[in-house]
Design a protein around this ligand. Structure first.
Ligand code: AMP
Length: 520
């Protein structure tokens, strides 16, 4: 049964099922493929530490952190979305962890208590059409604009996506607010009914939003301009979310970006206890009460010590306990939870940056899974991110941005090659894109890759440019499979078996450039 449950799904076991009940799914063991069995206990793991200790701690000022960003009586502009719930063949309710969280009455009560109640009604959060829900989140956020004290989404990706959408629909939103009539684009009856109740004609507000929008330069600082009482923008901004920081900073203007905690469907891991730090420097203090934590020490093979921490094949030693980790060392996180996961490998690589009392503070490095490999080369998602950042600098002169990116290993030709897909904010010149392909090729500094490129056992890297909206199509495909926007992370590597995503990428490719960096 477990194999039908994808990563990120949570099974909600009815209260009468106890641990050890024959109806419970088998437990995941050290070294197994990462999937997500769960129970009420695990769900509470997700809920309790995240909610009670992290967000409450963060907002109520239980540590030094909250005094930095006090919020008054108000609401939160939250881009949150529920996903489908399904009943498995065994009769168990399965849903994503975030959906489960948002459905809990305790979550909603708590959000009200900490002045972070979502502006949108539940019908918007749990609406069946993500695009309509997003439109209404923006609309409700504008209706309550003076009351909004923080802007939130689980991952930075959905924040950036929300404001990119805002750039396209802002005039429709103004019209809705001016006339007090919801756009015909919103067709889901439950969403229409709920939003219509709070939408009243307000020509002054519509006029003020219109004036502010046309006064902005390329949407810089749109968040503080339209939500003048917002104190910060909040969401997970580390790891695979780092590529969205630049765009998010642009929208946030002078507002601080606060990276939310480190957690997973399998259990909550750590809290960002120094929220004033920029997301690139954030560390997470492990919640020792979430479960039993172990850490697999990862050592770099001799001769590779100076390489980027992500770009190597690690040598593992026996797992060590929470208090036995060493500052500066790199580990993979293993968790045993009250919900029944036994020595479960999260697949995340972290570095110990220090200790908060006796609990380690972790810096998130990357997912462990290799993304790009043809023969002896090994490049992770972090290596790919760094290469894309490096090549992306060449676009700055043309005032262009990479909207999103992914990669693929083309092995059908001999020798195989890396293919990098980019969606750009606008068209770039041929010359610049050719230079970008060369720059990408040279930016993969892994010794296996460089050596293989020199002797041509790996072919020239190919940069493929995608039509605008391609990643939106990939997101829609992910949602059609029952995924949740709140947990969406752009796949940085497309597996050859993922035919559907490859079809989307190939259908939308407009141009292709081969690197000449190692000769023709
Ligand atoms: P999910 O499977 O949707 O619950 O996502 C959990 C995964 O998201 C974790 O195992 C990490 O890889 C990633 N993640 C969660 N929180 C953070 C964070 N604060 N920084 C970086 N990555 C994170």
């Amino acid at each position: 049964m477990l194999s039908h449950i994808s990563k990120g799904l949570l099974m909600v076991i009815p209260h009468h099922c106890s641990l050890g009940s024959p109806s419970l799914p088998c437990l995941s063991v050290l070294g197994q493929h990462r999937e997500s069995p769960s129970s009420c206990h695990l769900m509470m793991n997700c809920l309790r530490p995240h909610f009670k200790y992290s967000r409450l701690l963060m907002h109520l000022g239980t540590g030094e952190q909250l005094h930095e960003y006090p919020i008054g009586k108000g609401k939160a502009l939250q881009f949150i979305y529920g996903s489908k719930q399904v009943i498995t063949k065994g009769g168990i309710l399965a849903t994503t962890a975030t959906t489960n969280l948002y459905r809990r009455s305790r979550y909603k009560e708590g959000m009200k208590d900490i002045q972070s109640q979502c502006c949108s009604p539940d019908e918007v959060v749990f609406g069946p059409d993500f695009h309509q829900s997003l439109y209404c989140h923006l609309l409700c956020g504008l209706i309550y604009s003076d009351e909004v004290h923080q802007v939130f989404s689980t991952f930075a990706h959905s924040l950036v996506h929300a404001f990119q959408t805002f750039e396209e629909v802002w005039e429709d939103l103004c019209a809705d607010i001016r006339d007090g009539v919801l756009s015909k684009k919103v067709t889901v009856p439950s969403i229409r009914e709920a939003v219509t109740k709070i939408l009243k004609p307000n020509p002054e507000l519509a006029e003020s939003i219109h004036r502010k929008c046309i006064g902005l330069s390329n949407w810089y600082g749109v968040i503080p301009a339209l939500w003048p009482n917002a104190k910060y923008v909040y969401g997970i901004m580390t790891g695979s979310m780092e590529p969205y920081l630049k765009k998010l900073r642009h929208y946030a203007g002078h507002l601080p970006l606060i990276s939310a905690d480190y957690g997973a469907s399998e259990g909550w891991i750590g809290a960002n206890i120094n929220p004033t730090l920029p997301p690139e420097q954030v560390t997470y203090a492990v919640h020792p009460q979430t479960g039993y934590f172990e850490f697999i020490p990862l050592e770099k093979p001799k001769g590779q010590e100076l390489e980027n921490s992500a770009s190597i094949h690690y040598i593992e030693s026996d797992p060590v306990g929470l208090t036995e980790v060493k500052i500066g060392k790199i580990y993979e996180v293993v968790i045993t939870t009250f919900g029944g996961l036994y020595r479960y490998r999260l697949g995340d690589i972290v570095k110990v940056a220090g200790f908060h009392n006796s609990t380690p503070e972790l810096q998130f490095i990357c997912r462990r899974s290799l993304v790009l490999s043809i023969n002896i080369d090994k490049n992770t998602e972090k290596d790919l991110q760094l290469a894309v950042e490096e090549a992306g600098k060449l676009l700055e002169a043309e005032k262009l941005e990479i909207v999103d990116f992914t990669s693929f290993v083309e092995k059908s030709s001999d020798p195989g090659r890396y293919v990098i897909f980019w969606e750009l904010s606008s068209d770039a010149s041929e010359d610049v894109l050719r230079s970008c392909a060369n720059c990408l090729d040279l930016a993969f500094v892994d010794a296996g890759y460089v050596g293989s490129r020199k002797i041509r056992t790996i072919g020239p890297l190919e940069l493929r440019i995608l039509k605008k909206g391609t990643f939106e199509e990939i997101l829609d495909y992910f949602l059609s499979l029952g995924g949740a926007v709140s947990q969406f992370k752009t796949p940085r590597f497309v597996n050859p078996l993922n035919i559907k995503v490859l079809q989307i990428l190939s259908r939308n490719t407009t141009k292709s450039y081969f690197s000449t960096a190692y000769g023709l």
